[in-house]
Write a protein that binds this ligand. Sequence first.
Ligand SMILES: [Zn+2]
Ligand SMILES: [Zn+2]
Length: 599
Amino acid sequence: MSFNTSVAQVFERMAAMLELTGADKFRVNAHARAARSVGDHAGDLEPIAGDEKALTAIEGIGKGTAAKIAEFARTGTVAEHDELLAKVPPGLLEVLRVPGLGPKTVKLMWEQLKIESVDDLKATIADGSLAGLPRMGAKTIDNIADALAFMADSGKRLHAGVARPIAEMIRARLAEVPGVTRVAYAGSLRRGRETVGDLDFLVTADDPGAAMEAFRGMAGVEKVLAAGETKSSVRLALPELGGKRFSADDSASVQVDLRVVPAESWGAALMYFTGSKDHNVRLRERALKRGMTLNEYGLFEDDGGEGSPQSRGVVPVASATEEDVYGALDLAWVPPTMREDRGELDAADGGTLPELVTLDDIRAELHSHTTASDGVMEILESARIAKGRGFHTLAVTDHSKSSAIANGLSPERLRAHIGAIREADEEIKGISILAGSEVDILADGALDYDDELLGDLDVVVASPHAALSQDAKKATTRLLRAIEHPLVHIIGHPTGRLIERRRGLEPAMDEIIAAAVEHNVALEINAHWMRLDLRDTHVRAAAESGCLIAIDCDVHAPGDYDNLVFGVETGQRGWLTKELCVNAWSKARLHGWLKKGRG
Ligand SMILES: [Zn+2]
Ligand SMILES: [Zn+2]
């Protein structure tokens, strides 16, 4: 585990333990924010751990946090963390992870029933003592029991690439229900996160009951978890789609929630259920400062009345659209992919939100495989799909010889392949097919072909495939060497991670980014939903440094072109603009850049 990850975990645990021991909200939030800042930071913090100035220059790290980072670097622990750990039973942190259980309830369970672990909690459900707690009705206990059973089959999150097609199916189904006037999904899926816990749907409907009934009766519903007038929850079995592995850890079902909201609350509800939680906390803080209250029904003037404003019939200042609500808080509308409390509200306040790259901006695919290595399409078949998507350029980049399992090309085979690519390019009109290679970056950073052969290629994508568990120092040296190679254009899936399956390389990303800027090399966001590598936080650091980014589908089969959306959303989450994304450039500009290093 990297230094940053270890430190982030310490802060995360501290935030949870502070909450359980009744510390004030601001201290809890400060620790949670510190955890995210450290976890998201691209550069290794260990070398600057003793440098308070350098640490506090990082957004979200104050003096107190900096001192704790220094302490951790020196001693391998943080005294305050250990003191808290002595007060809070470790099993209680597990209880906090049970869906639906907040720190207030967990604290009460601990104090009144001596619940210190998930097993204790189960026992109090079994012997009926849990029912003795305040506000602990039969329905609530049922839900906890259900959540525990669901957790046993794990803390599972779905890959976005699995969740999205399912969400699209549900959206289409709901849109067909008579009387349903509007359908949207919210939550982490709308924010473009790489994994998704459950699916949240909102609808407006003339007949809410009918919408609810249709939802609970959908094909694939295994269990109805809640059936209210305005909210239903179901557990949906994941459909078998081509025998593919669907979830990050093989879970077989997903929870889907549906809420019917009043049309006039649509914008406020969509914001509320899209999150992120931290983004919403910031918005509510902003509303409070202006003497207003923000909730899922709207933004209300604070009139000092008792109870919620909507229940008293108070008319909101803004609620119907997201634009209205942000606008009434003097903010520009924030794209969902940016709503993570990573400085987007300051940007929305100052009018400096970046113009994010969009799916429509993408005009080139620079990383694709054919039957020559491990793809399933011929060159022209792939080129026709790319052309059909409005692309001006497709680079064919089959594997190099060391990727033997992927049928990597020997130098002789690559020479013949270059000929075949040139012929295909002659044959098709309306798109340029470029000859390239996805050349292996060997463990020591050398490339898998000699310079003479690389110099004959239009596009060189250099990627790490083997030795992905080497240490951070070696990984940094390895990638730097590839970036410094004058014939390399793009570093493909720079860390080689697979989401929730393989950690991949952990190079000093700030050094990688600085070198890429210096050598005019693009770092790739591999759009496959198992990879999304670079990840969002690394893209953000890269974009801030003016580093070029390539968003590529790493095409092996026709359907892979559809993965582009995941790459684009990852780019947006990293605040990537069209200007820095080479796939969004005009043909002339892209082809000009590709001349780099070639006489
Ligand atoms: Zn690859
Ligand atoms: Zn590839």
